[in-house]
Design a protein around this ligand. Structure first.
Ligand code: PGA
Length: 256
């Protein structure tokens, strides 16, 4: 089965109305050249509505976080999945390592957010990844198995028919240090194998993204790995030329 490439920009806590408008106009000018892949931008929540209006359809919209609650109510500061869907979001990132490390999200919280996303019709992009210490102590597979396993146990493997997984080694995020293609492929094959042990068909169709210092010059080698179906791009998604170069690498490898 040939899986479509998904190139997702995680803007993190960056942007402004004026900077977003410049970035989006540059992306929009070129989007027709990348019809064989899916392009996604995930701006900060306050910008979702204006970004959605400027995208006009060719580029998909996603959020970076959502509440684990599934009904509106007295949850100050939280954002309900349905609100994101109403603004045109198709995707939402859950369990990013920055949320796990800086905001105390544990596997159980991440699993609730994954379920809340799907309950609102959003496609969760579930982030998993090991720290440097965990890699150096040969715990990478144990960590990935635990992080993915918590969500599979809570949501069921069938939920991965409408979900994306992003493998993001924590030591590669924002550091300029990227996993080698071999390291990325090994982790992706492990993750796909975890799903395949329960449902081979779903494992074969689930898109697995690599994230962590993906740039124009390493994108082709990472994206050409058998089990790498796209990228979750942080820093390089803030500059149109860099993001478009990564999209071009995916388009060149695409069979679509
Ligand atoms: P980076 O971030 O590309 O800046 O390393 C990736 C991410 O955290 O999603």
């Amino acid at each position: 089965m040939s899986r479509r490439y998904l190139i997702a920009g995680n803007w993190k806590m960056n942007g402004s109305l004026s900077a977003n408008a410049v970035l989006l106009s540059e992306l929009s000018l070129k989007q027709d050249q990348y019809s064989g892949i899916d392009m996604l931008v995930c701006p900060p929540a306050p910008y979702l509505e204006s970004v959605g209006r400027q995208l006009g359809g060719g580029i998909l919209l996603g959020a970076q976080n959502l509440s684990d609650q599934t009904k509106a109510g007295a949850y100050t500061g939280e954002v309900l999945g349905e609100m994101l869907a109403e603004l045109g979001c198709r995707y939402v990132i859950v369990g990013h390592s920055e949320r796990r490390a800086l905001y105390g999200e544990d596997d159980a919280t991440v699993a609730r957010k994954f379920i809340a996303a799907q309950a609102s019709g959003l496609i969760p992009i579930l982030c998993v990844g090991e720290t440097l210490e965990e890699r150096e102590s040969d715990a990478t597979e144990a960590v990935l198995g635990r992080q993915l396993g918590a969500v599979v146990a809570a949501a069921g493997v069938g939920a991965f028919a409408k979900a994306v997984i992003a493998y993001e080694p924590v030591w590669a995020i924002g550091t300029g240090r990227t996993a080698t293609a071999e390291q990325a492929q090994a982790a992706h094959a492990f993750l796909r194998g975890q799903l395949a042990a329960q449902d081979a068909k779903i494992a074969n169709s689930t898109q697995l993204l690599y994230g962590g210092s993906v740039k124009a010059d390493n994108a082709a080698s990472l994206l050409s790995c058998d089990d790498v179906d796209g990228g979750l791009i942080g820093g390089a998604s803030l500059k149109a030329a860099d993001f478009l170069a990564i999209c071009a690498a995916a388009q060149a490898l695409s069979k679509n």
